[in-house]
Design a protein around this ligand. Structure first.
Ligand code: HEC
Length: 187
């Protein structure tokens, strides 16, 4: 057995297996970083500062100008919305209910007014403002900065927007096609 150790001189313990990152690194953080890096590198060819600006938006919901960003600063695809659906069911649904009408436990048991996502005020909020509310709380609602990582907060917002869009689409008597021209009823 001893002799075998000597015939494998090229295997250094410091080299990670199969090019994988070192053990102990947090998988969640890595996924977030990877997504941001891929995204930032695709954009950075056009604007070298773009990655930095997106960092601020990603973690605070605010752009370099201090204003809430209008739209989610990561690519929104089906996987993100599905992830958001799962996280929403855990973190938001107990109070805001499955449809986002605010008829959850606080309302049912304590008659506590819980915001509906379908009211015009919230339909008009920039995505970054909803991110800020989830991060820091609002009024009686607690903040979720620690239990929900930023990437998942954005995923939840993508799902909330999907709930709103579907409600609007059915209210307009249309199919669930993207509502790009009128994000809220203009009656
Ligand atoms: C423990 C119950 C509870 C949970 C869980 C909860 N909320 Fe709320 N939320 C509330 C209540 C109550 C209000 C109304 C706050 C007020 O006006 O005092 C509210 C208000 C809001 C508002 C509107 C704030 C405003 O500016 O009027 C948004 C947006 C919101 N919640 C999003 C979310 C999202 C997204 C989640 C999941 C990450 C979530 N909430 C989880 C109870 C909750």
């Amino acid at each position: 057995m001893r002799a075998r150790l000597h015939v494998e001189p090229s295997s250094h313990p410091s080299q990670s297996q199969h090019g994988r990152p070192a053990e102990g690194a947090r998988p969640d953080g890595q996924r977030v970083l990877l997504r941001r890096l891929v995204h930032a590198s695709a954009r950075s060819r056009h604007d070298p500062d773009r990655g930095l600006k997106e960092d601020a938006a990603f973690f605070t919901g605010k752009g370099a100008d201090g204003q809430f960003v209008a739209t989610i600063p990561v690519p929104v695809d089906e996987a993100l919305v599905e992830r958001g659906h799962q996280r929403y069911a855990i973190y938001c649904q107990p109070c805001h209910d499955a449809r986002g009408d605010g008829k959850g436990i606080l309302f049912q048991r304590g008659n506590v007014p819980t915001a509906s996502f379908h009211q015009e005020k919230i339909l008009k909020y920039p995505d970054g403002q909803i991110f800020d509310i989830v991060t820091n709380g609002a009024g009686l609602m607690p903040g979720y900065r620690w239990p929900i990582p930023p990437a998942d907060r954005w995923a939840i917002i993508a799902y909330v927007r999907e709930l709103e869009r579907k409600r609007l689409a059915s209210a307009c008597g249309r199919s669930a096609a993207p509502v790009s021209e009128a994000p809220w009823p203009v009656a």
